[in-house]
Write a protein that binds this ligand. Structure first.
Ligand code: AMP
Length: 291
């Protein structure tokens, strides 16, 4: 595996790949890699000739009170994991390689990219500007990496839909590939932040996914969605979760629905804090879906 830190070195790898006719696959990450990330690398490996993975903790997508400074950065371990999964190129640019002016927040950066229709609901409510920072940096990286295919996890379903919309609306010449959410054996969705759960919170944490599955079963058995969600919120609250949102939305448009009688696929989305750690999850609720 080649480890590159500059856009110039990355371009040399891209050009060598292109000359050889390689299909180029790209997995963007913020590091602290786990099986969720690595399953995307595996997907890219299966479908592409040249697999590029970036690790960059993007300052523009963290709010002033969020964990940018303390976000885990176990670089050596990440590189070992990527090597073991047969990654060709790890792109680890320094902050000023990407933001030469040392920009820390989106307002410092000259260009803002936004997918407003999908960015204000769900996580966009509590994380103002998060998705604009994410999508601005993601477009910048897509332009640096110039992949044929790029791999994104359903764990962050709103983010995935925003990237799919960016690519479709601006006709970016790249295919977005979805990867299913990878989970711990007890059902907790894998996340780089899970290691911040203390043992007591870790023991409770699988109840989020379990709760979503119970709510799905109740709705599919004919239970009225608003009542099922209200009871679900209460139950999670009684277990110690501070529920930020627990809603059912159309998969495509991410608009909230009050029942599942419509023809379009619907998903259940949850964000909740447990022991100070923000957990996210989503599962398909009804209609044709991707798993
Ligand atoms: P992050 O490093 O958190 O920015 O995530 C990088 C990519 O990995 C994103 O496309 C995420 O959706 C994806 N990802 C994170 N956790 C999981 C998971 N548990 N299962 C599948 N994909 C994931």
């Amino acid at each position: 595996m080649k480890v590159v830190t500059t856009a110039r070195e990355l371009a040399a790898e891209w050009e060598a790949g292109r000359r050889a006719g390689a299909v180029i696959g790209y997995v963007p990450t913020m590091g602290a890699l786990h099986e969720g990330h690595l399953s995307l690398v595996d997907l890219a490996r299966a479908e592409c000739d040249l697999v590029i993975c970036s690790i960059f903790v993007n300052p523009l997508q963290f709010g002033p009170d969020e964990d940018f400074e303390s976000y885990p950065r176990p670089v050596e371990r990440d590189l070992e994991l990527l090597t073991a999964r047969d990654t060709d190129v790890a792109f680890l640019p320094g902050w000023t390689e990407i933001f030469p002016g040392g920009e820390r927040v989106l307002d410092d950066f000259g260009t803002h990219v936004s997918v407003p229709r999908l960015s204000h609901q769900l996580c966009g409510r509590s994380r103002a500007g998060h998705f604009d920072g994410m999508v601005t940096e993601s477009l910048l990286f897509l332009n640096l990496v110039r992949p044929d295919r790029t791999y994104w996890g359903e764990k962050d379903f709103q983010q995935l839909r925003i990237i799919e919309t960016l690519v479709a609306d601006l006709r970016l010449p790249v295919t977005v590939v979805r990867g299913a959410t990878r989970r711990e054996p007890d059902g907790l969705a894998m996340s780089s932040r899970n290691k911040n759960l203390d043992p007591a919170a870790r023991a409770i944490s699988p109840a989020l996914r379990k709760g979503l599955e119970e709510m799905r079963a109740q709705v599919l058995a004919g239970g009225p969605l608003p009542a099922v969600l209200a009871a679900g919120r209460e139950r999670l609250g009684s277990l110690g979760f501070e529920v930020e949102y627990l809603v059912a939305c159309e998969e495509e448009a991410l608009t909230e629905v009050a029942d599942v009688t419509g023809p379009v696929p619907v998903r259940l989305f949850a964000a909740a804090r447990l022991g100070g750690v923000r957990l996210l999850d989503n599962i398909p609720l009804s209609g044709a879906h991707h798993g």
